[in-house]
Design a protein around this ligand. Structure first.
Ligand code: CO
Ligand code: CO
Length: 303
């Protein structure tokens, strides 16, 4: 049902009239110093693509590359962080594979089920849909500030709390509300992933900058320009199709190209569903920010 023809969050294979299998994988090098947090973030990020399709993960395999000189307690903390996050998600880690490498890498292959009539894709946006985001932005510039030893402990705690948070409730909310458009905001940044949605759905997107949520340190680190390399790549690639209001300075613009690790879901919410959507989000204790809307046309405007 979903494969190589368009960019989407996971592959989907129809099993029967109702059910389809969702398959995805992700792994990366450490984004934080604490090995347990790193494992938990990598696992939450890997499972996120299943939630972004409207599915529920149930089984996963570890993929790890670990330096032979890494103390065994560090390796086991990485795997424990992943295992406990998977357990929180109701996912069984049934095996995996580890190789030796100079720099640690960790993530999961994740399998899930989705009701094929309730699947969420990047192509599901319609003109008039509101755009809801379920985690703030600014993880990339904050974790890069950490690597440059410029990050405050409190700012780091804040982004770790967000990055280890599963997108399970956000996905559940989307499915319950009968939404059809979703993606998770990760390495291609808010605007990169939004651009994929705009192109796949054949709509233009409008963002209201004042409505976009950021973690506490984001502005400070953006002004220190501690962006990861991917931010410039995102800007180079997606920037030409984005029109910014002249009032938005360089740092503000760059924050929207900041790669996110284990970012939130970006959902399309039909206008008539908004009151019920917001009420249910509150019941589920799921943060949501309405940051823009889809319109007729192509490309992205940020005002
Ligand atoms: Co994704
Ligand atoms: Co992914």
């Amino acid at each position: 049902m979903v494969g190589l023809e368009g960019p989407d969050d996971a592959a989907v294979w129809q099993l029967d009239e109702k059910r389809a299998l969702v398959v995805t994988t992700d792994f990366f090098t450490p984004v934080v110093d604490d090995p347990y947090d790193y494992g938990a973030i990598a696992a939450a990020n890997s499972l996120s693509d299943v939630y972004a399709m409207g599915g529920g993960p149930f089984l996963a395999l570890n993929i790890a590359a670990l330096p032979p000189a890494l103390p065994p307690e560090v390796s086991s903390a990485i795997l424990r962080g992943g295992a406990e996050k998977a357990k929180e998600a109701g996912v069984v880690i049934a095996g995996g594979h580890t190789i030796q490498d100079k720099e640690p890498k960790y993530g999961l292959v994740a399998l899930g089920f989705v009701d094929k009539n309730k699947m969420l894709t990047k192509a599901g946006l319609r003109p008039g849909d509101l755009l809801a985001l379920t985690k703030p932005l600014g993880f990339g510039c904050t974790t890069t500030a950490l690597k440059q030893q410029k990050a405050d402990e409190a700012d780091l705690r804040e982004v770790v709390n967000w990055m280890t948070r599963l997108n399970r409730t956000a996905g559940l909310l989307a499915v319950e509300m009968g939404l059809s458009a979703a993606t998770d905001v990760t390495g291609f940044s808010l605007l990169g992933h939004a651009m994929e949605m705009a192109a796949s759905s054949g709509v233009a997107l409008f963002f209201d900058y004042t409505k976009i949520p950021f973690v506490s340190g984001a502005r400070k680190y953006a002004e220190m320009w501690t962006f990861p390399g991917g931010a410039s790549d995102n800007r180079l690639y997606f920037g030409p199709r984005v029109e910014f209001a002249p009032s938005l300075d360089e740092a503000s613009q760059m924050l929207l190209f900041d790669p996110q690790t284990s970012g939130g879901l970006l959902l399309g919410v039909p206008k008539e569903k908004l009151p019920a959507f917001l009420a249910r989000a509150e019941e589920l204790d799921q943060p949501v920010w309405i940051i823009g809307e889809a319109r007729e046309g192509a490309g992205i405007v940020v005002a």
